[in-house]
Design a protein around this ligand. Structure first.
Ligand SMILES: Nc1ncnc2c1ncn2[C@@H]1O[C@H](COP(=O)(O)OP(=O)(O)O)[C@@H](O)[C@H]1O
Ligand SMILES: [Mg+2]
Length: 226
């Protein structure tokens, strides 16, 4: 196996001086290709900060992050966003869909950024929506969908670019039990088809879907639970 994510002595400080918050304090983490990793830890321990850096949505203050062997520290913002578009699918607790546009248009969006032509965009977005069981909801807007359906649209959007890595920050945090089960089932299938999945949760039942769980305490990886 080869690592797809390698993080060494990662530090992230928000703000400066007296009000500085040290969110990550020398965090080390390796994730193998095809792994399904759960990240647990108390609120405020730095989990989202870590995932945002892994997803190239934010950069560390210091330390090293190798993504697929590439040192992301040498990249500028534009290169990082290209890397993100090509390799990473991100799923948020609050879905983060574009409100006044259809499920289909939401899922097509990453392909617009990737420069995929309209006909192919449509075809791939429809296939992704089909994969999450929303074939009959493609023309609905987010406010016409349940929370679980909105999260499935968000997952379709995350996987439409065929990313090697799917990062999910408490994806079931706003969902009822049945919708949570749907979403976790989809993540399980994505992992079974070879994608690396990294998921943040504070529920043991959710973490049980992963192969490995790490616990973040005060901005560092504490114990490794199998
Ligand atoms: N954009 C930000 N600006 C300032 N402080 C932040 C910001 N994001 C997170 N923090 C702080 O960093 C710490 C870690 O936050 P976070 O990574 O969101 O933790 P978790 O996801 O584990 O709850 C917290 O103390 C939080 O208040
Ligand atoms: Mg968080």
């Amino acid at each position: 196996m080869s690592p797809v994510i390698e993080v060494r002595d990662l530090r992230k400080t928000y703000g400066a001086g007296d009000t500085a918050v040290h969110a990550l304090r020398g965090l080390d983490l390796t994730v193998e290709k095809g792994e399904y990793l759960a990240i647990m830890g108390a609120s405020g321990s730095g989990k989202s900060t870590l995932l945002n850096i892994l997803g190239c949505l934010d950069v560390a203050s210091s330390g090293q992050y190798l993504l697929d062997g590439i040192d992301t520290g040498e990249f500028d913002e534009e290169q990082l966003s290209l890397l993100r578009n090509r390799k990473i699918g991100f799923v948020f607790q609050s879905f983060n869909l574009v409100p006044r546009t259809t499920a289909l248009a939401n899922v097509e969006l990453p392909l617009v950024y990737a420069g995929v032509r309209r006909a192919q965009r449509r075809e791939r977005a429809l296939a992704a929506l089909d994969l999450v069981g929303l074939k009959d909801r493609v023309h609905h807007r987010p406010n016409e969908l349940s929370g679980g359906q909105q999260q499935r649209v968000a997952i379709a959007r995350a996987l439409v670019t065929s990313p090697a890595i799917v990062l999910a920050d408490e994806p079931t945090g706003n969902l009822d039990t049945e919708s949570s089960r749907d979403v976790l089932g989809i993540l399980d299938r994505l992992n079974a088809s070879g994608r690396t999945v990294v998921l943040i949760t504070h529920e043991d039942e959710v973490a049980a879907h992963a192969m490995r769980t790490v616990r973040v305490v005060d901005g560092r990886v504490a114990g490794v639970l199998v």
